[in-house]
Design a protein. Structure first.
Length: 128
């Protein structure tokens, strides 16, 4: 995997929100070589509180997480920062889940995704 390291990338932050600890660890291993700071959260409500304290460049969120879905998190984050870049991932639903939603993620990945799929999505959003 190519490194995306640059003086600017080192200052970029990515939030990863998923209630599965193993998937958070995997995302961290995949994303750290990009040169970004990766912060992981098992609880979307905690992620939302941290988000309000300082906006990350990208948020990657699972869809199904108990009390707050990934779409709920996307909606709340966009309410605070309408330009927030978001990736929704899911092993239980497809892109139809947000087809009619007023607020949509920038990207969608079905689980299980390939390492390259995730890094390409993140790089595309960081470059936008």
């Amino acid at each position: 995997m190519k490194s995306f390291k640059s003086p600017v990338a080192a200052k970029l932050t990515i939030f990863v929100v998923d209630d599965e600890p193993m998937l958070l660890e995997l995302a961290e291993v995949i994303l750290q070589p990009l040169g970004c700071t990766v912060r992981t959260f098992r609880d979307p409500e905690v992620a939302l509180k941290e988000f309000a304290a300082g906006f990350p460049e990208v948020i990657i969120t699972d869809y199904a997480m108990g009390r707050m879905s990934g779409m709920d998190l996307i909606r709340e984050c966009r309410r605070l920062n309408p330009r927030q870049k978001m990736i929704l991932v899911s092993g239980t639903v497809d892109g139809q889940v947000f087809a009619d939603a007023p607020v949509k993620p920038n990207e969608f990945l079905s689980k299980p995704y390939q390492i390259q799929e995730l890094t390409v999505c993140v790089r595309r959003l960081l470059a936008a």
